[in-house]
Design a protein around this ligand. Structure first.
Ligand code: NCD
Length: 336
C-alpha cells in the first residue's frame, strides 16, 4: 500500500507526485482553486484546522516555501511552530528522529519538512504516529511536490488544457527536485509535450525513463513552447565544476527577450525562485509581461492550504465550502 494514502485512497502524507493518481492531483488543484479567494476576505482565514498544531521543520534555507506554508497553516486557523534548526538541539548532535519524537510528544499533528537528504520525508513518514501527517517541502534532489502543484495551478490558470501544451524546463535538471516533481506532475496531467533544455553535464543519467524530450540547444528547444520554466543552478549540490563559468552558462542557456522570441507569442515564463538574475535569466524577462513568477508565489498559499487540509482529512467538499463557495461569506463571521 502507498505510504502517502490511507486505506480509502485519501491523502495521508504528501511526499512526492510519484504514486498519486491524476484524479487526486486534479482534486488538489480544484481544492486550491476554492481557497484562492480567502486572501480577498476581510478575515483571511477559514476554520478548517482550528485546534491543530503544525510544525515547520526546515533543515535547509528557504524563503518562499517556509513562509507560504506558515501563512497557509495560519489561514486554515492552525497553530504553527517554526523550529529554527540553527538554534535547536540538532547542532548539539540530536538525530532527526529524536528531534521528531520530542516534537511529537508535544502533540503536533503535522510536520512540514525540508531536508538536504533525498528520501528524508519518506523516512520520517514511516516513523511517525498514525495520526501525524508529513508534508515534504523539498528533500535533497528528490522531490518538491507542493512546488510542482503550485506550478501546475499557475499553468492551468493561464492555459487550461494540459493535453495541448508544450512545456520546456530549462537548466539544472540533474540537481533539481523541482524539475523531477514537475515532470511527474506534467506527465500525470497528460501534458502534450514535456521538454528539458540543459547542458549535457546537467542531465540525469536515467533521463530516458523521465518521459521528456531532451534538447541541448536553447533556440531549437524553445520553438513552439507555451510554458517556459527556468531553474536555478543548484551550486550547493554540485560536487565539482560542471560548467565552464556562469557567464558562459548565461550565454548559452540564459533567457533573454531576444531568445524568448522563439517561443509562442503568448508563452508564459516561470521560475520557482530564488532567481539568480544574469545567470539563468535577465531582469527584462524576470520582470517582463510574460513573467508569472510572483503569481506562482501567491498560488503557493492556496496549494499548501489544499494539501494540508486534505492530509488532515478535512474533506475536499468541506474545504470548497469554506474556501470559495457561497458558504464562505456566511460562515466567515463565526470563526475566530
Ligand atoms: C527551490 C528549492 O528549494 O528546491 N525553491 C523553492 O522551493 N521555491 C528551487 C531552488 O532552490 O532553486
Amino acid at each position: 500500500m502507498s505510504l502517502q494514502l490511507d486505506e480509502k485512497g485519501k491523502l495521508r502524507h504528501f511526499l512526492s507526485i510519484d504514486g498519486l493518481s491524476r484524479e487526486l492531483l486534479i482534486d488538489i488543484l480544484d481544492t486550491a482553486e476554492s481557497f484562492a479567494t480567502v486572501p480577498e476576505q476581510s478575515v483571511k482565514k477559514v476554520p478548517l484546522l482550528r485546534g491543530k498544531t503544525i510544525v515547520n521543520l526546515f533543515f535547509e534555507a528557504s524563503t518562499r516555501t517556509r513562509t507560504t506554508f506558515e501563512l497557509a497553516a495560519k489561514r486554515l486557523s492552525a497553530d504553527v511552530l517554526n523550529i529554527n534548526i540553527g538554534a535547536s538541539s540538532t547542532v548539539k548532535g540530536e538525530t532527526l528522529l529524536d528531534t521528531l519524537r520530542n516534537l511529537q510528544a508535544m502533540h503536533a499533528d503535522m510536520f512540514v519538512v525540508r531536508h538536504q537528504e533525498s528520501g528524508s520525508a519518506h523516512f520520517i513518514a514511516r516513523h511517525v504516529k498514525p495520526y501525524v501527517s508529513i508534508i515534504n517541502a523539498g528533500d535533497g534532489r528528490h522531490a518538491h511536490p507542493t512546488q510542482a502543484m503550485l506550478d501546475m495551478f499557475t499553468i492551468r490558470r493561464h492555459k487550461k488544457e494540459f493535453g495541448k501544451l508544450c512545456v520546456a524546463i530549462i537548466g539544472d535538471i540533474l540537481h533539481s527536485r523541482v524539475a523531477r516533481s514537475q515532470i511527474n506532475a506534467l506527465n500525470m496531467l497528460g501534458t502534450g509535450e514535456v521538454r528539458v533544455i540543459t547542458p549535457k553535464t546537467l542531465l540525469p543519467n536515467g533521463h530516458h525513463s523521465l518521459g521528456v524530450q531532451v534538447h541541448h540547444d536553447l533556440k531549437t528547444g524553445l520553438k513552439g513552447t507555451d510554458v517556459i520554466i527556468m531553474l536555478r543552478l543548484q551550486n550547493e549540490r554540485m560536487s565539482g565544476a560542471m560548467l565552464p563559468s556562469e557567464a558562459e552558462y548565461f550565454r548559452l542557456y540564459g533567457l533573454t527577450e531576444e531568445k524568448l522570441c522563439g517561443a509562442k507569442s503568448d508563452a508564459i515564463v516561470m521560475h520557482p525562485g530564488p532567481i539568480n538574475r544574469g545567470v539563468e535569466m535577465d531582469s527584462q524577462v524576470a520582470d517582463g509581461p510574460r513573467s508569472v513568477i510572483l503569481q506562482q508565489v501567491s498560488h503557493g498559499i492556496a496549494i499548501r492550504m489544499a494539501v494540508m487540509s486534505m492530509a488532515m482529512h478535512q474533506g475536499t467538499g468541506e474545504a470548497k465550502d469554506w474556501g470559495g463557495g457561497p458558504l464562505s461569506r456566511g460562515k466567515r463571521g463565526s470563526e475566530a
